[in-house]
Design a protein around this ligand. Structure first.
Ligand code: IPM
Ligand code: MN
Length: 357
């Protein structure tokens, strides 16, 4: 295989963790005789500094022509001024929208070697295996928003808008995933209050009834889901929900594994490149210290190989290597629970060593 991969290292710990993932990719290329042409491009805060915009046209153009995109993380205090003309996050939202990446897959399955890393009791988290499918290009993130004068000062509004098509396409992806797993699909909404949720509820139920009658399907309100997620996480298989609810629930869900440093995500959509990234942010507090956990990005790379390049063997091999490293007891600081830890580059090297065995 000979393909181009766009790499957007981003800000903060982004460059450090993507460097390790690229070392793993190079090892896979050597082992299987592939050629991955990796093109590194500016995006996020660094792009604001160098190009005055978080997503330069050139970056977007190269991404469009690539087979897949690997992203580190964007953002940081330097670009946090609420009055700034633009923010790093705007680049992320724009690339999602421009590439039509409407389905964000966030698997949450704690490693059996790390059950103790979760703040939750081991008997609650062990055996959890959830795939969140978060809608990514609609809802409050992209609805009509603005400000207007108000007698007390100002009034601001953000609107949640969804249409039948937007709901159907993402529920379909979730349902197809459920079919390949334990055949359980949970749709999360706030249909007791929001009109947009009531549309989700009817469209989703109709679609599942018509196209996926073999699935066990249920609906849960988002507030109660926030509770169930940490009290009985094992009961869920595939969970599908709108953009903002998915953003919040997946951060909560990450605590089931103990660290955001372990969770990869894939953003997929219309035919074209998928975008793969760790779900953690740019962690400016530890940037440049060489202690960030590269495993989430390395696992995001595995998802890239699987979903965009159909290299299942290669993807599974990376996942197995990560599992071995954890089984052997190697830990970065975030998952060391105060015990001994190794740095970013050493952790990357441990994965390389495991790949070679
Ligand atoms: C995420 C992030 C983004 C989001 C931010 C950085 C815009 O939190 O990918 O979950 O809210 O979608
Ligand atoms: Mn988030």
């Amino acid at each position: 295989m000979n393909v181009q991969i766009a790499v957007l290292p981003g800000d903060g710990i982004g460059p450090e963790v993507t460097t390790e993932a690229l070392r793993v990719l190079a090892a896979i290329a050597r082992k299987f005789g592939h050629t991955f042409d990796c093109v590194s491009l500016p995006m996020g805060g660094n792009a604001i500094d160098s190009h005055g915009t978080p997503l330069p046209d050139e970056t977007l153009a190269v991404c469009r022509k690539s087979a897949a995109i690997l992203l580190g993380a964007v953002g940081g205090p330097k670009w946090d001024d609420p009055n700034a003309k633009t923010r790093p996050e705007a680049g992320l939202l724009k690339i999602r929208k421009e590439l039509g990446l409407f389905a964000n897959l966030r698997p949450i399955a704690p490693s059996p070697h790390l059950i103790g890393a979760s703040p939750l009791k081991p008997e609650i988290v062990s055996g959890t295996d959830i795939l969140f499918v978060r809608e990514l290009t609609g809802g409050l993130y992209f609805g009509e928003s603005g400000r207007r004068p108000h007698p007390s000062g100002e009034e601001a509004y953000s609107t949640m808008t969804y249409n039948t098509h937007e709901v159907e396409r993402v529920v379909r992806i979730a349902a197809e995933a459920a079919r390949k797993r334990r055949k359980k699909l949970t749709m999360v909404d706030k249909a007791n209050v929001l009109e947009a949720s009531r549309l989700w509820r009817s469209v989703s139920a109709n679609l599942v009834k018509k196209e996926f009658p073999d699935l066990q399907y249920d609906v849960v309100l988002v507030d109660s889901m926030a509770m169930h997620l940490i009290s009985r996480p094992r009961d869920f298989d595939v969970v599908v929900t709108e953009n903002m609810f998915g953003d919040i629930l997946t951060d909560e869900g990450s605590m089931i594994t103990g660290s955001m440093g372990l969770l990869p995500s894939a953003s997929l959509g219309t035919p074209g490149p998928g975008l793969y990234e760790p779900i953690h942010g740019s962690a400016p507090d530890i940037a440049g210290k060489g202690i960030a956990n590269p495993l989430a990005t390395i696992l995001a790379l595995a998802m890239l190989l699987r979903h965009s390049l159909e290299l299942e063997t290669e993807a599974a091999l990376i996942e197995k290597a990560v599992d071995k490293v954890l089984a052997d007891g190697w830990r970065t600081k975030d998952i060391a629970a105060g015990g001994p830890s190794i740095g970013t580059v050493e952790m990357g090297q441990k994965v390389l060593d495991a790949l070679a065995t």
